[in-house]
Design a protein around this ligand. Structure first.
Ligand code: NDP
Length: 292
């Protein structure tokens, strides 16, 4: 038995896109009895060839296993709608990216139908599933997590955040927000460098170590944010940084690069400056984001 291999257990996967297929694959590899359903049934073929069982309907996927994972692009509630009796007594693990209001409504609706709800946020790409680099955030029913955690461990490292079902969804969106900020910044930087002739590969040896070095500022930022003290030991004050930010926006205009990615941070920096915090660290921009 491999490290992740489990006693055979029944588990259903609803949704066989790139991610649902990766989740189903690793559950097969770790010895589970896996039943799959997808709106477009042809997408199940490769998994069937590897030993998965096909559910002809959502109702069948629900009936076959006590633990039912959903990994869709949208329409989780619509997919489960009308299956009230089949849902009772099940553990529903929703691994679909979603908004907290949707998650709370789904959790309440499923709870009233006698199901246990776990919300999951997958912090990995499909090829990372089953590797130590994948981690998945969970929140919702603690009992459901306890019962399903051995199976869920096959996906990667599990982080159970608490009973409030929205904890995983909000943390997932927060981490994605950090990722899109990083990627958006990288793309803007590469477009800017490209406007004076650098290819992306030529620019990479400059931007990659720069971002890695800037990452080391995060613990100091976290301390300032939690204490609310952005004024102590200031090394790079906001007044100075806001000039650089405005220079980026102006240079983007003149070099033919759309500054849209940088404009919001310029607006927030100016708001903070106007509130009189120019001599603080730029970590204080979070207060402008919070509407202060
Ligand atoms: P895909 O686009 O590859 O697949 C989408 C899946 O959703 C398909 O199974 C599709 O069915 C189904 N679907 C979409 N709309 C409906 C609907 N109205 N009714 C029924 N089924 C529907 O997406 P992924 O598999 O990549 O993503 C699935 C989830 O995993 C998302 O929430 C995503 O945010 C999350 N995730 C994905 C990552 C990635 O890198 N791929 C990374 C981390 C999280 P059909 O085949 O019939 O179209």
């Amino acid at each position: 038995m491999s490290e992740h291999e489990l006693e055979p257990k029944a588990i259903s996967i609803i949704g066989l896109g790139a991610m649902g297929t990766a989740l189903a694959s690793i559950l097969i590899d770790t010895g589970n009895t896996v039943t799959v359903w997808n709106r477009t049934s042809a997408r199940a073929e490769a998994l069937l060839a590897r030993g998965a069982r096909r559910a002809a309907t959502v109702a069948e996927a629900l009936a076959t296993s006590d633990v039912v994972n959903l990994c869709l692009y949208a329409a989780v509630d619509a997919t489960l709608a009308g299956h009230g009796a089949a849902i009772t007594g099940k553990t529903i693990v929703n691994l679909t990216n979603g908004r907290p209001d949707e998650v709370r409504a789904l959790s309440t609706a499923l709870g009233s139908q006698g199901a246990r709800y776990l919300d999951g946020g997958i912090m990995a790409t499909p090829p990372m599933i089953g590797t130590p680099h994948a981690f998945i955030l969970y929140s919702g029913s603690a009992d459901a997590f306890e019962d399903a955690k051995e199976q869920l461990a096959a996906f990667g490292q599990s982080h159970y955040l608490g009973e409030d079902p929205v904890l995983a969804a909000v943390s997932d969106l927060a981490l994605l927000s950090a990722m899109y900020g990083l990627f958006g910044g990288y793309l803007h930087a590469t477009a800017l460098a490209g406007s004076v002739g650098f290819t992306a590969k030529e620019f990479l040896p400059l931007v990659e170590p720069w971002l890695a070095a800037m990452m080391t500022a995060l613990p100091d930022y976290a301390e300032r944010i939690d204490s609310g003290d952005h004024a102590r030991d200031v090394m790079s004050n906001l007044q100075m940084q806001s000039v650089a930010i405005s220079n980026i926006v102006a240079a983007s205009h003149s070099l033919g690069i759309d500054p849209a990615f940088m404009e919001p941070i310029e607006r927030l920096a100016k708001k903070r400056l106007a509130a009189g915090f120019g001599s603080d660290e730029a970590s204080g921009i979070i207060e402008a984001m919070r509407g202060k």
